[in-house]
Design a protein around this ligand. Structure first.
Ligand SMILES: Nc1ncnc2c1ncn2[C@@H]1O[C@H](COP(=O)(O)OP(=O)(O)OP(=O)(O)O)[C@@H](O)[C@H]1O
Ligand SMILES: [Mg+2]
Length: 259
C-alpha cells in the first residue's frame, strides 16, 4: 500500500518536473521564433534595398561613362534622389512592420505607383529585349500602404524579368476594379513554373535560382514572393498564380476596397 502511495507521489513529482521543463522549452521556442523573425526581416530589408539599388547603380554607371551627356547625368541624379527617398520609406515601413506597428493606408493612384517603379527600370527592360505593357485606368485607386504595394509589384516585376531572360518577351501590368475589390495582374511570357513547384513558391527561402541556373548574375534568396504574400495578406487581400512551363506566368492580386 505504502509503496503504491510512494510511487504515485514520485510520479506526481516527475510529472511536475516534466511540466516545468516543457514550459521552459516552450518559452525557449518562442524566443527562437522571435530571433528567426528578426533574421527574416533583416534578409527582407536587404532584399528590398538591393532591388532598388541595382537599377540605380546601372544608371549611375551609365552617367559616369557619358559625363558629357548633360541630360543623362541630370536624369541619373534625379533618379538617385527619388530612389534614396524610396529607400528611406522602405526602411521605415519594414522596421514598422517588424515592430508589429499598423501602418497608415491611404487611397493611392495605382498608375502613379507603377510609373514610379518603372522610371528607374525602363532602360534595363529595353536592354533585355522585354516590352513593357501597362494597362491601368488613370483614375483607379487602391486602399493601401503605397510603398508596400510598390515593393510587392517590384518583386513580381523582377521575377517576371528573370523568367524572360535571356530571350526577352512581354511583361504586362494590368488592373481593373469591381464593386468591392481591385484586381492587379503582372504577367510574363517567360519560362513558367513547374507544376510541382507551384505549392512552394510563396514559402520563405524557396528558390530555383541557384548559382548558374539564373541568367542574371545573382542567385535568388527566395524571399520575394513570401514578402509579397505577407504584405497582401496584411492588406486583407490575396495573391495567386497561374503558370504554364515554357509559356509564362500570371500573378493576380486582389485588394479589397474600404467598406
Ligand atoms: N514570373 C515567374 N516565372 C517563373 N518562375 C517564377 C516567377 N516568379 C517566381 N517564380 C519561381 O518562384 C521562386 C520564388 O520566387 P521569389 O521571388 O520568392 O524568390 P527568387 O526570385 O528565387 O529570389 P529573390 O526574390 O530573393 O531574388 C523563384 O525562384 C522561381 O522558381
Ligand atoms: Mg524574386
Amino acid at each position: 500500500m505504502t509503496s503504491i502511495i510512494e510511487k504515485r507521489v514520485s510520479l506526481h513529482k516527475r510529472l511536475g518536473e516534466h511540466q516545468q521543463q516543457n514550459n521552459a522549452l516552450k518559452s525557449q521556442i518562442a524566443q527562437l521564433q522571435a530571433l528567426a523573425n528578426i533574421g527574416t526581416v533583416t534578409h527582407m530589408i536587404a532584399h528590398e534595398i538591393n532591388n532598388l539599388l541595382t537599377p540605380l547603380a546601372n544608371y549611375a554607371a551609365l552617367a559616369l561613362n557619358n559625363p558629357d551627356d548633360k541630360s543623362l547625368v541630370e536624369k541619373a541624379l534625379e533618379k538617385t534622389v527619388q530612389s534614396c527617398e524610396r529607400a528611406s520609406k522602405i526602411m521605415e515601413s519594414m522596421l514598422a512592420m517588424a515592430d508589429g506597428e499598423r501602418q497608415e493606408k491611404k487611397n493611392a493612384r495605382l498608375i502613379a505607383l507603377v510609373e514610379e517603379i518603372f522610371t528607374c527600370l525602363c532602360r534595363d527592360f529595353a536592354k533585355d529585349g522585354i516590352t513593357v505593357k501597362i494597362r491601368i485606368p488613370e483614375d483607379l485607386t487602391v486602399w493601401a500602404v503605397p510603398v508596400q504595394i510598390q515593393q510587392v509589384l517590384m518583386n513580381l516585376i523582377f521575377n517576371a524579368r528573370d523568367a524572360m531572360l535571356p530571350r526577352g518577351g512581354i511583361l504586362s501590368v494590368k488592373a481593373r476594379e469591381s464593386s468591392d475589390a481591385v484586381q492587379i495582374e503582372v504577367a510574363d511570357t517567360g519560362c513558367g513554373i513547374e507544376p510541382g513547384d507551384l505549392k512552394n513558391i510563396f514559402e520563405s527561402f524557396f528558390t530555383t535560382k541557384t548559382d548558374g541556373k539564373r541568367p542574371s548574375e545573382h542567385s535568388g534568396s527566395g524571399l520575394g514572393l513570401a514578402f509579397c504574400k505577407k504584405i497582401v495578406d496584411a492588406h486583407g487581400g490575396c495573391i495567386s498564380v497561374e503558370s504554364k512551363p515554357a509559356e509564362g506566368s500570371t500573378f493576380a492580386i486582389t485588394l479589397p476596397k474600404p467598406q
